[in-house]
Design a protein around this ligand. Structure first.
Ligand SMILES: [Zn+2]
Length: 233
């Protein structure tokens, strides 16, 4: 029997899902078969929505990112969930293959290398994105969303490819892998930020983001050198 009102928010029900709080009312009694089917449905649907979101992020990232910007939730995996999967893949890579992420070594005192990797990468890329696309007048949080989605989906693919190529050819790909990853990220972020299919426009905006990143590293190096020079005086 279906109840008339939602058991969470007491809103009158018009169907299986409460239109106010989103709770699903099945009206089913808990039996062992129901328990089993709930359990498998939860596991299967979780995996399917992650794989489906990952696939769409690689094929058409703007669909997922702009849907989130518009305030729509729950259909695609959230950026936080994609980041969680990306961290898991990176942790597996570090545990099973080597302690470098795309040829880069991350050593931080109290942080796992993959956490250090994202803690550096996400703010820098979000800054580069907000500089390159300042005309679109999006707030910093929106850039973070696009960055987290694209950084996560691409790192999963890149780490898998990196390890497969490394295993197949025993090749030392080194930090070149990171450079290619950075270029791909900038292209994918551009595809989310502006509506264009013109390849030169996309490449132009991608180069602009890479230039901002290079600028940040340049300032960092210059600052370190200046600090050393001052200390030696
Ligand atoms: Zn409700």
């Amino acid at each position: 029997m279906m109840p008339e009102n939602c058991s969470v928010c007491n809103t009158a029900l018009q169907g299986e899902f409460c239109h106010k709080c989103g709770q699903k009312h099945t009206g089913q009694q808990v039996t062992f078969p129901v328990l089993l089917s709930d359990f498998t449905a939860n596991i299967v649907s979780l995996e399917r929505s992650f794989v489906a979101t990952l696939w769409l992020l690689l094929k058409n990232p703007a669909q997922v990112v702009q849907n989130y910007w518009l305030g729509n939730r729950l259909y695609y995996s959230s950026p936080a969930k994609m980041l969680f999967y990306a961290l898991t893949v990176a942790a597996l890579h570090i545990a099973l293959v080597d302690n470098k992420i795309l040829g880069l070594t991350f050593a931080a005192d109290n942080l796992a290398p993959q956490v250090a990797f994202y803690s550096v990468l996400i703010p820098i890329m979000a800054f580069a994105s907000s500089v390159a696309f300042y005309k679109q007048r999006r707030n910093f949080a929106m850039h973070i969303i696009s960055v987290v989605y694209n950084v996560s989906s691409l790192i999963i693919v890149f780490l898998l490819l990196n390890d497969l190529i490394g295993l197949a050819f025993t090749a030392n790909i080194g930090a070149r892998a990171f450079l290619v990853y950075l270029i791909f990220f900038c292209i994918w972020n551009t595809r989310c930020q502006i509506k264009t299919t013109k390849i030169w426009t996309i490449l132009g905006y991608s180069l602009l983001q890479i230039a901002v990143v290079a600028g940040i590293f340049g300032v960092g190096v210059a600052f370190t050198l200046l600090l050393r020079w001052v200390q030696n005086q």
